[in-house]
Design a binder for this molecule. Structure first.
Ligand SMILES: Nc1ncnc2c1ncn2[C@@H]1O[C@H](COP(=O)(O)OP(=O)(O)OP(=O)(O)O)[C@@H](O)[C@H]1O
Ligand SMILES: [Mg+2]
Length: 309
């Protein structure tokens, strides 16, 4: 089985991409300077065949600029993870192109690159951050990062030195010898961010990076991602339901049924602060209709409306 086939994913069509504040449709970033780091055209992923086929991402167009923080939001099952996996060459698209532009002006279409080139392409292009941190518990914080540096070709003392520097960068120098199980969720996610930076990638890809963090740790993590984009000119693409991440995003796109759509159909659940569709659980308040992600959040709101302002 090849790497793409062995990875979970899917997608569907839609060239439009809404900007956070206006909901205007555009695939190109507002402040695009020069050639985008990622240029995606007609990206499509269909899982399965025939009657059981799922069009998870449908003909998506997208440009990601250097140093940009792009947040892709959307309901569960809308194709966010599938899109991110394809961007990171972890899942082979059904069709379309993903052009990566490197600092030395080389360009590669990772959608069609031969399988044997993918590990090297990944290790020189992307850092990955996952919801569940995905750290190795038998290794210390430093070792988890050093292993990623090894995979990118930095070995021995140089790898340890890089790991130490990166731990310091994410504010965890004092936890260098701790194992993941001895760390808080916020600390583990910061180690995961440091690990994602081990290969000095031009693009960081994050799937629900704050989902397991409480409000304050989620904000800290969001600020860290923001500063990396600013200081390293690293592009950060985040897929998430987490409304808090909007604060650090240069652009917010809304993915629904595998296509980008204007953001106008989106609301914020006042209880969990997640972005939600304007369908399903709601109450009619004095200021208009209020939408919830679930009956649970709605119940919590109704029982204690005053505490939600
Ligand atoms: N390996 C797979 N085989 C078949 N269908 C899949 C596979 N992975 C995902 N899907 C389907 O593709 C669609 C998009 O899934 P995806 O995981 O990309 O959504 P998502 O937006 O990340 O959802 P969530 O917010 O719940 O993580 C869903 O209908 C899902 O059931
Ligand atoms: Mg997902």
């Amino acid at each position: 089985m090849n790497t793409f086939e062995g990875t979970r994913a899917a997608i569907g069509s839609g060239a439009a991409a809404g900007s956070g504040s206006t909901g205007a449709s555009q695939a190109a970033p507002a402040a695009a300077g020069g050639v985008p780091v990622l240029r995606v055209r007609g990206l499509t992923k269909t899982y399965g065949l025939g009657d059981t086929a799922v069009a998870a991402v449908r003909s998506v167009d997208l440009d990601v600029a250097s140093g940009e923080v792009l947040l892709v939001m959307g309901p569960s099952g809308s194709g966010k993870t599938t899109l991110l996996l394809m961007l990171g060459a972890l899942l082979r698209p059904s069709s379309g192109s993903i052009m990566v532009s490197y600092r030395d002006h080389r360009e590669t279409d990772i959608a069609t690159a031969p399988e044997k080139q993918l590990p090297a392409l990944r290790s020189h292009t992307f850092g990955f951050i996952f919801q569940d941190y995905a750290l190795i518990d038998a290794l210390t914080a430093t070792e988890n990062i050093a292993v990623a540096a090894n995979l990118a070709g930095t070995t021995g003392a140089a790898a340890s030195h890089r790991a130490t520097k990166l731990l310091d960068r994410v504010g965890l120098a004092h936890r260098a010898t701790a194992r993941p199980s001895q760390m808080s969720g916020g600390e583990q996610q910061r180690v995961a961010v440091a690990r994602a930076l081990a290969n000095d990638p031009p693009v960081l890809l994050a799937d629900e990076p704050t989902a397991n963090l409480d409000a304050s740790r989620g904000r800290d993590l969001a600020r860290l991602l923001r500063s990396l984009a600013r200081e390293d000119r690293c592009s950060v693409v985040i897929v998430s339901h987490d409304e808090r991440l909007r604060e650090i995003a240069d652009r917010v796109l809304w993915l629904e049924d595998g296509q980008f759509r204007p953001l106008t159909s989106m609301a914020v659940d006042p209880v969990c602060r997640m972005a939600v569709e304007t369908t399903g659980a709601h109450v009619d308040g004095q200021g208009g209709r209020i939408w919830f992600c679930s009956e649970g959040c709605k119940r919590e709101f109704v029982e204690n409306a005053a505490s939600f302002g």
